[in-house]
Design a protein around this ligand. Structure first.
Ligand code: ZN
Length: 461
């Protein structure tokens, strides 16, 4: 360890290396004791990342890369012998190309800053999520982050044109393509998007930007039957002429907690079975509003929705979204587990009934849940509480959620990734051949297993 620190000290300025108690406190601060590293390096350039990795590779030193540390699956927690590589000092926005509609950034660039910079140029970066204020582009790339704009623009993978990556042994792979079309062999950047820091370290990226849309319509509607939600969604996709930009659903179990906010009136009464937050975006406010209102009226006439409130201003719109984003209110159910699953809409209700029956049977007095999610993407978030913090109980809960999903062909992670938390359940979503190929890739790109060991795949295999 001393030799490693000596070499790092030669390479980095005083702010570039944090050790001992200070490192421990920093790690403790965000992870509540889960992350325990005593060495944090904070490079400023790709070249420094490369040199750090060269040193670590030579010394078999495990490296855990950190971005904004807002992930949900313990993807960047570090053990006591791991070195943390933080990209917080590599946060520059290097270039915005207004004509080509691209932005070039360092991996530590903050997501919200990127969004705002794009808007200043009449453009937009369409990935958005609640942790925007802390999340970084590098972290978004490493986890292929999803969020609220996926229904229209896809996940982070769809926004990446080029990447620069440092490999385990320190080699720099610069693949900073900025063209929409480039069919020249293997699309190398895809190897690293969603690889959670296990195959290489993303240091820079070329982002694809879109035209900024000027008109917005947003409504919260109440629905009394799950099947009507699916009809509402398919009507919205058909009748709104490609304007649909969000279709978020909250079960009453979520809405009744999330809508109770100090000094805010509840926009729709609690007690309906389902609430959908529907939003469109376009470029002609009058036409777009009319089309949206027409759609809502038809849905009311058909009995697909039983109550609705249309946002009349930006503030009212923000207020509706604040309920959807009020995930913190779920902590009333503590101790709890939060899940992020994908499955076909036609199977959702049956699946939810199935797991609820299992939980009620096993924990009849303590089982509570709240359900919400990006229904338009087939993605649900489940908040499950059975009243125990015991890891063995937590594992039982996870097993019910994931094994019941397996038989329906669902995914144990829609947008959060695998990290440490879901690693032992990966086989529920990936077959043996897929897992073997993943291990082969890991072995080829990181033969010594120094990059984020034990995350996504177990280290020993
Ligand atoms: Zn989500």
């Amino acid at each position: 360890m001393t030799a490693l620190l000596d070499e790092l000290r030669k390479l980095l300025d005083s702010g570039g290396l944090i050790t001992g108690e200070e490192a421990r406190e920093r790690e403790d601060g965000w992870s509540m004791g889960l992350s325990q590293s005593r060495i944090i390096v904070r490079p400023k350039t790709t070249e420094q990342v490369s040199q750090i990795l060269r040193i670590c590779y030579e010394k078999n030193q495990p490296v855990v890369t950190q971005g904004g540390k807002t992930g949900m699956v313990q993807g960047c927690v570090a053990g006591p012998n791991d070195l943390v590589l933080s990209l917080e000092r590599m946060s520059a926005i290097e270039e915005v190309d207004k004509v080509g509609r691209t932005m070039t950034v360092q991996a530590g660039a903050n997501m919200q800053v990127v969004q705002e910079r794009a808007l200043e140029q009449g453009l937009m970066y369409p990935v958005d999520l609640g942790a925007r204020g802390s999340a970084t582009i590098g972290g978004n790339v490493a986890t292929n982050a999803g969020g609220n704009g996926v229904i229209r623009y896809g996940m982070t993978r769809e926004q990446i044109l080029g990447l620069e990556v440092v490999m385990a042994d320190g080699r720099i792979i610069s693949s900073m393509n900025s063209m929409m079309k480039n069919n020249t062999g293997y699309d190398l950047k895809q190897l690293f998007i969603g690889s959670e820091g296990t195959l290489g370290i993303v240091t820079r990226a070329v982002l694809r930007l879109r035209t900024r849309l000027s008109s917005e319509s947003c409504a919260l509607v109440a629905v009394d039957d799950f099947e009507n939600l699916a009809v509402l969604l398919s009507l919205a996709e058909g009748e709104l002429g490609g304007r649909l930009s969000a279709f978020e659903v909250m079960w009453n179990s979520y809405y009744e907690k999330a809508s109770q906010r100090e000094s805010h009136q509840v926009p729709l009464p609690v007690g309906y079975p389902f609430y959908a937050l529907i939003e469109t975006a376009g470029s002609e406010q009058q036409q777009d509003s009319e089309a949206f209102q027409c759609y809502l009226e038809r849905c009311l006439e058909k009995g697909l929705i039983v109550d609705a409130v249309l946002a009349q201003s930006g503030a009212e719109r923000d207020n509706l979204w604040a309920i959807r984003d009020n995930v913190e209110s779920m902590f009333a159910l503590w101790p709890l587990s939060i899940f992020d699953i994908s499955l076909g809409i036609e199977q959702m209700q049956d699946y939810l009934d199935d797991i609820a029956a299992q939980f009620s049977l096993q924990w009849p007095d303590s089982f509570q849940q709240a359900i919400f999610g990006h229904l338009g993407d087939g993605n649900l978030h489940l908040v499950i509480s059975v009243g125990s913090e015991d890891p063995a109980v937590r594992h039982q809960v996870e097993d019910i959620v994931y094994s019941t999903l397996h038989s329906r062909g669902g995914s144990i992670s829609a947008e959060h990734g695998i990290g440490l938390e879901k690693r032992d359940f990966l086989h529920y979503s990936r077959n043996d051949e897929e897992l073997a190929l993943m291990r082969l890739l890991k072995q080829s790109l990181d033969p010594k297993g120094v990059l984020n060991p034990g995350k996504l795949l177990s280290a020993a295999e």
